[in-house]
Design a protein around this ligand. Sequence first.
Ligand SMILES: Cc1cc2nc3c(=O)[nH]c(=O)nc-3n(C[C@H](O)[C@H](O)[C@H](O)COP(=O)(O)OP(=O)(O)OC[C@H]3O[C@@H](n4cnc5c(N)ncnc54)[C@H](O)[C@@H]3O)c2cc1C
Ligand SMILES: *[C@@H]1O[C@H](CO)[C@@H](O)[C@H](O)[C@H]1NC(C)=O
Ligand SMILES: *[C@@H]1O[C@H](CO)[C@@H](O)[C@H](O)[C@H]1NC(C)=O
Ligand SMILES: *[C@@H]1O[C@H](CO)[C@@H](O)[C@H](O)[C@H]1NC(C)=O
Ligand SMILES: *[C@@H]1O[C@H](CO)[C@@H](O)[C@H](O)[C@H]1NC(C)=O
Ligand SMILES: *[C@@H]1O[C@H](CO)[C@@H](O)[C@H](O)[C@H]1NC(C)=O
Length: 495
Amino acid sequence: MKLLDGVNLAALFFALVPSSSAADPCSTISTSLSAGANVYKLNSTGYNLAIEHWLLSSIEEPQCVVEPSNAADIGVILKTVAVTRTPFAVKGGGHTSNKGFSSTTGVHISLAQFNYTKLDTAAQTVAIGAGTRWISAYTTLNGTGFNVVGGRNPSVGVAGFTLGGGYSWKTNAHGLAIDNLLQVNIVLPNGTATLASATQNKDLFFALKGGFNNFGVVTEFVFRAIPQDLVWGGHLSYAASDITKVNAAVAAFEQQNTDTRAAIVSGITGLPGPNGTFAQPIAAVQLFYDGPVVPEGMFADFFAIPTVSNNWGGPITFLAWSGKDGGVSSLRGVFHAFSTLPHTPEFLQDVVDEVSAFGAELGPKSAAYLSVAIEPFMSGALNTPASSSSAYPPVRSPVLLPSNIFFGYTDASQDATFHSAVARIQANIVAKARARGLIYPESQGGSIYANYALGGTDGAHVVDFYGEEHLAKLRCVREEVDPHGVMRLAGGWKI
Ligand SMILES: Cc1cc2nc3c(=O)[nH]c(=O)nc-3n(C[C@H](O)[C@H](O)[C@H](O)COP(=O)(O)OP(=O)(O)OC[C@H]3O[C@@H](n4cnc5c(N)ncnc54)[C@H](O)[C@@H]3O)c2cc1C
Ligand SMILES: *[C@@H]1O[C@H](CO)[C@@H](O)[C@H](O)[C@H]1NC(C)=O
Ligand SMILES: *[C@@H]1O[C@H](CO)[C@@H](O)[C@H](O)[C@H]1NC(C)=O
Ligand SMILES: *[C@@H]1O[C@H](CO)[C@@H](O)[C@H](O)[C@H]1NC(C)=O
Ligand SMILES: *[C@@H]1O[C@H](CO)[C@@H](O)[C@H](O)[C@H]1NC(C)=O
Ligand SMILES: *[C@@H]1O[C@H](CO)[C@@H](O)[C@H](O)[C@H]1NC(C)=O
């Protein structure tokens, strides 16, 4: 039995729970959990760790944190919140920008005890617990010669990333994270533990590949293992005056690169300038090559432009490459998203102009970081076998390129300002993209990647992620596995 700084469950049962508190879901749950589970009270270390998020603005204070030790514990928790109609949250790595998606004022489920990565070299599979962050998975896999199609930023959670789709450094060669998913272990809303795969509970498997927390609490993901050699990579930043050249290099790379081992992400980034001004946007580019030898001339356009900072290097381990991406934020923030056909230099200039205009507006409101990420993928990146059909994306050809808009700021009194500002810049950018013929017909869906999208009434709609046809199928699966709407007690993208 664990004592930690939380509440020892047996002690809670025998000593602390007054009989009159039977209606309190935290007490009810605590009396039925296994010996290894924990319940943490407000302000304890375990509680504070469990509710942490990448953005301060995504945090809420739950009534208690429950830390299940096994699938049966999760079943107990789900049955209790169902009966008491208690709002709850399940958090993976806590990287959502939307408050209420993995936070709650009710019961917060921490998957801290589902934090493991198990490589099976014979079967060439990797089983990862739903409470794991990519950094832990990469640390475990480092030196084994194997890897998975996982997150680019190491502190992101395996769970939310994968349940939304998962764009990786390896996507050009291997598709999305969900395209490499072999099995998902889940506790259904009625408390039953089961699994979904291409051969068992096929419709549920389809739904989990993009459908987030609508179908239960996932406990484990089993991925295909992929051979991993040493890699090269670097983060390069450029002067604002060179952003046009960098954008030209990005568009040329998108058009010309045919090597599935090569990938880039370019951030059009505004940072605070002197005296309360906001500086002109700069380009911050990440270059990655998935192999120990980089072909001659690869990324030459990016090296030809003078850099302000550049940590390109190799050959290094994939783990060392992941470590180059800082993981921690102490900002408040909002995300939004749009997806387009391949970018043109003119459209990238539109984005620069928008970031610049919003910098002028939001600089005085405590803006700390305004960026639009450009994420090129190759036209064949999502050509996967039909057996890997998934809720997201509804369209695999053409490959729609996801962009993430991130506005970071510090002043809590400006939450509403930044929420509406990120909705406005997204609308402006989409209008400009449409005028340039870069928007694929919205009726098909796939115009927004859910993992980057803004929630709320002025945010994204689920049909934008899935399209009508996939959304209808998701709703059928939900009717079957969650007829009483238990998962609607948890926030997030509700179908
Ligand atoms: C710095 C940064 C870098 C990023 N880089 C990328 C990237 O390269 N590629 C990409 O595709 N995305 C990227 N993202 C977006 C990221 O994929 C999403 O924020 C994702 O939801 C994070 O997963 P999480 O587990 O950390 O999030 P959480 O906030 O913990 O969860 C997100 C959602 O998933 C649900 N969920 C979590 N665990 C479970 C579970 N066990 N069962 C059921 N539902 C669950 C939650 O309830 C919530 O609704 C990035 C985000 C950040 C902040
Ligand atoms: C939580 O702990 C901090 C520091 O120990 C203290 O300042 C704060 O008042 C506490 N909050 C609550 C709600 O107990
Ligand atoms: C998971 O376990 C690793 C050690 O294996 C630890 O460093 C990490 O903090 C844990 N992560 C979470 C989210 O609990
Ligand atoms: C990762 O593995 C390599 C061997 O491939 C080893 O040299 C290195 O020390 C490992 N890194 C860490 C952080 O364990
Ligand atoms: C910032 O303001 C101070 C005082 O008004 C002024 O002396 C300084 O030149 C300004 N700096 C810049 C870069 O504009
Ligand atoms: C729980 O739900 C699943 C899916 O609908 C169903 O197959 C199973 O029989 C249910 N279990 C119980 C105990 O009701």
